[in-house]
Design a protein around this ligand. Structure first.
Ligand code: PEP
Ligand code: MN
Length: 266
């Protein structure tokens, strides 16, 4: 599958010879929380900050995100720290305002097969020169995932990055099963870069670092990791979020593996 992949300039999400580590909270909770975490991410020398503002929660009773207010915080924090931002688009209705507030549009696992959303996000990304992270549906084959990319690219050239975030299997020791074979397989079938989300895959903070090391070793182009200054108080996914010390340890370990495969962390 020869999918077009536009690479623009130094602000590209994935860069040859580098591992892009995107870090940040599962959800934006308030200004102070985002500001604190952005300061930590910047202090660690990273370029990309993640933070969900429209949260696609499995339970309607869970925290749903700050919506528009979170987008304003993302814009403000990006200006304050010079960080690039990543957030999820959950709906065709909010795609435009999200694209006006962030650098990278994320399509979550629950929406990988939402073709109307894929087409809309593809159109907006091409028009506004935004990058897109397409997560794999937790019950989707690699072929279905790559076909979802084609919906995204229907409207034009866009920098698309695949993200493996774990698939559903019979085992219950981890939240999902991280399919690391997706890295060499998608590289064989497409020209797309691929990053790994170890946080949602394993669902517990102590397993995030080992899976991150493995992801880099198998050839992933980056990681997206949930980080919180105080995971025990996080409104969303605290159990799988790394605190600042753990995040710094992740970068230390991952840098070593990156060195072995001839890459640097950014
Ligand atoms: C997320 O990254 O915030 C998220 C909800 O992830 P996923 O779509 O992989 O569950
Ligand atoms: Mn999360």
């Amino acid at each position: 599958m020869d999918v077009k992949n536009k690479k623009t300039d130094d602000t590209e999400l994935i860069k040859d010879g580098y591992i892009t580590v995107i870090a940040g909270p599962c959800a934006i909770e308030n200004w102070e929380q985002l500001d604190t975490i952005a300061g930590i991410v910047k202090g660690l020398g990273l370029t990309y900050l993640r933070g969900g503002s429209y949260k696609p929660r499995t339970s309607p009773y869970s925290f749903q995100g700050l919506g528009k207010r979170g987008l304003e915080y993302l814009k403000k924090v990006s200006e304050k720290y010079g960080l690039k931002t990543v957030t999820e688009v959950t709906d065709t209705e909010n795609a435009d305002i999200i694209a006006d507030s962030v650098d990278v549009l994320q399509i979550g696992t629950r929406n990988m097969s939402n073709f109307a959303l894929l087409k809309k996000v593809g159109m907006i990304a091409a028009k506004k020169n935004k990058k897109v992270i397409l997560k794999r549906g937790w019950a989707s084959s690699i072929k279905e995932w790559l076909l979802a990319v084609e919906y995204l690219t229907m409207a034009g050239d866009t920098e698309i990055v695949l993200c493996e975030r774990g698939i559903r299997t019979f085992d219950t020791n981890t939240r999902f099963t991280l399919d690391l074979s997706a890295v060499p397989v998608t590289k064989k079938l497409s020209k797309l870069p691929i990053i790994i989300d170890p946080s949602h895959a394993v669902g517990q903070s102590d397993l995030v670092i080992p899976m991150s090391r493995a992801a880099i070793a198998v050839g992933a182009d980056g990681l997206i990791v949930e980080t919180h200054h105080d995971p025990s108080k996080a409104l969303c996914d605290g159990q799988q979020s790394l605190d600042p010390k753990e995040m710094s340890e992740l970068l230390r370990q991952v840098s070593k593996v990156a060195g072995i495969v001839g890459k640097k962390i950014r």
